[in-house]
Design a protein around this ligand. Structure first.
Ligand code: 3HC
Length: 292
């Protein structure tokens, strides 16, 4: 059976990015804004992102209209009833995700696959909240979802092989490259990337170099598109904090624990690019490195 209609729950940076990506692939996509209220701002975000592609002559105005027609953004979870796959991308809290999957199991048909885009939470633990655990897998996209080529597929001990094969083919069909990884905190990318960002924050705390120097060093020394502090700001410092905490709680290695400065920034609600302040100040163009 094909995957023709896909639901995305959560319209933050990742959820909306995945929704846009799927609509760009011609897939009927229903995105749910879980915080209620007006959805026009979400449509405007997608419109603006597509318009950039039109301006760069990567899309025609007609293609842009088709993409927008393929995408529905709503606050009503029941709109997911005809989906073949629903991908959850809400706040990184186990209880809220489990509650959501429990509701999704009631709303969707038994053949609909349920997936989580969690950064580090356990897929098996999420699946323990549903009756048919074989329906729930991890499908982990990367930010910005429209551009990044990788999707991690995380089966659990309950997942049938044919579901993994089906998702593998589907991920390729939407123009991405899948890797299959066991259900362990951080999967592959965040398991390796989080300690790297956390080490960079510690190096900054110790005064090894300023933020711009650390980022420039890794960009030019390793050919990375962004330096680690810039990337942490881009992902969101609250998310980096959660990832480091989850990794530390799982593996108990002191090096994985979130550094004090990261904690302070999160408490101060200086979460990186999305809140305008992080390791950089985004009120200027280009952003200005801060002295913290
Ligand atoms: N659809 C298709 N293509 C698009 C697009 C869209 N909606 N939007 C942009 N693109 C294309 C652009 O046309 C451009 O292609 P071109 O080079 O052929 O013209 C390309 O994507 C890059 O776009 P931009 O020019 O706007 O951006 P930059 O070249 O400045 O790159 C970046 C920006 C892609 C963010 C780059 O800096 C980068 O790769 N940074 C690292 C990002 C990263 O590591 N992400 C992973 C984070 S970890 C994560 O997400 C896990 C989670 O659990 C926390």
């Amino acid at each position: 059976m094909g995957i023709e209609t896909v639901g995305i729950v959560g319209t933050g940076q990742m959820g909306l990015g995945i929704a846009q990506l799927l609509a760009q692939q011609g897939i009927r996509t229903v995105a749910i804004k879980m915080t209620g209220g007006d959805v026009s701002g979400k449509y405007a975000t997608v419109d603006k992102s597509l318009q950039k592609l039109v301006d760069r002559e990567k899309l025609t105005a007609e293609q842009k209209e088709h993409i927008l027609e393929a995408l529905t953004i709503t606050t009503d979870l029941h709109e997911l009833r005809d989906c073949d796959l629903v991908i959850e991308s809400i706040v990184e809290e186990m209880d809220r995700k489990q509650q959501l999957f429990h509701e999704l199991e009631q709303i969707t048909s038994e053949t609909c696959l349920l997936a989580s885009n969690t950064s580090t939470l356990g897929i098996t633990e999420l699946a323990s909240a549903v009756q048919h655990r074989e329906r729930l897998v991890g499908l982990h996209f990367f930010n910005p979802a429209t551009v990044m080529k990788l999707v991690e597929i995380i089966p659990t001990l309950h997942t049938p092989n044919d579901t993994v094969e089906r998702l593998h083919k589907w991920v390729e069909a939407i123009g991405k490259t899948p890797v299959v990884v066991k259900d362990e905190t951080g999967f592959i990318v965040n398991r390796l990337l989080t300690p790297y960002m956390v080490d960079a924050i510690r190096a900054y705390e110790r005064g090894l170099a300023d933020a711009a120097a650390i980022d420039t060093a890794m960009k030019l020394g390793c050919n990375h598109p962004m330096g680690p502090l810039e990337l942490a700001d881009y992902i969101g410092l609250d998310i980096v904090y959660h990832m480091a905490t989850n990794l530390y709680e799982t593996f108990k290695e002191p090096r994985l624990a979130p550094p004090p400065l990261l904690r302070t920034l999160v408490i101060a609600e200086q979460l990186g690019r999305k809140s305008g302040l992080g390791f950089y100040d985004y009120s200027t163009r280009p952003a200005t490195p801060r002295k913290l």
